[in-house]
Design a protein around this ligand. Structure first.
Ligand SMILES: [Fe+2]
Length: 243
């Protein structure tokens, strides 16, 4: 499995607090069957995103863990006004690896038409947005159809693995299933922050999806699509009903 959303780098945001913790998270991920992690430090009002510095930390971590687990760099990109301007001016700094995928985390409090316009602009520039965990977003929980609108505008939809296992409560768990029924889930990722409470584990979610929606969907969301994301290829499995 490939995990495209993970706060694995040590001491850069509210994820891993130390090198020891990052190494432990790598072990947890490997045991779970994860072969590749995209390290995605936050870019938001609280954490400044310094690509060069993150790349250096990532190289050091890769050196420490060896070849058993591959690491790439991405960004947990908060879709604020300032960030949108920065991405439109030069998206490269925030994309996953050398490809053209961008994690997009929406505000919990507002969903203005300007957000859709910004998404359209980025898509027209050749950026492929990935909407992160809509099932945990308070606005989208109330307006689930809007998630389908994002998919129709070219966004891949990423849900959190432990939303499916109930970590975030019944609301997010049920919304994941609703999205899966609409064929509007394209990627499952851990959004891990530590080895224990929010671990880099995806196998239980994969199992739930395989059992309920079939192995093809589970495989696409945990392997086929994430592999395309890290190599900058079109998603092999991309569907959504109309909102
Ligand atoms: Fe995140």
């Amino acid at each position: 499995m490939i995990d495209v959303h993970c706060h694995l780098l040590p001491k850069v945001d509210d994820g891993s607090k130390s090198w020891e913790m990052s190494l432990e998270m790598c072990e947890v991920a490997k045991r779970d069957g994860v072969t590749h992690i995209v390290c995605t430090p936050h870019a938001n009002d609280e954490y400044r995103y310094d690509r060069a510095s993150h790349a250096k930390t990532l190289a050091e971590l890769q050196e420490k863990i060896g070849n058993g687990l591959k690491l790439s760099l991405g960004c947990d990109f908060h879709f604020s006004f300032d960030n949108i301007q920065a991405a439109i001016a030069d998206p490269k700094d925030f994309l996953i690896g050398e490809g053209d995928y961008l994690l997009v985390e929406l505000s919990d409090f507002a969903l203005s038409p300007a957000v859709f316009t910004a998404i359209e602009k980025l898509v027209a520039m050749g950026v492929h947005p990935i909407l992160t965990h809509p099932e945990r977003n308070m606005m989208l929980q109330r307006h689930a159809n809007d998630v389908l609108r994002f998919a129709q505008k070219g966004c891949a939809i990423q849900i959190t693995a432990n939303s499916l296992t109930g970590h975030w409560g019944e609301g997010p768990r049920k919304m994941c299933h609703w999205l899966l029924e609409q064929k509007a889930v394209h990627i499952i990722a851990s959004d891990a922050h530590d080895p224990k409470f929010r671990p880099p584990v995806m196998s239980q979610a994969r199992e739930i999806v395989a059992r309920t929606y079939g192995n093809e969907v589970a495989e696409a969301c945990t392997q086929g699509n994430p592999a395309a994301v890290v190599s900058g290829e079109p998603l092999p499995w991309f569907t959504a009903r109309r909102a």
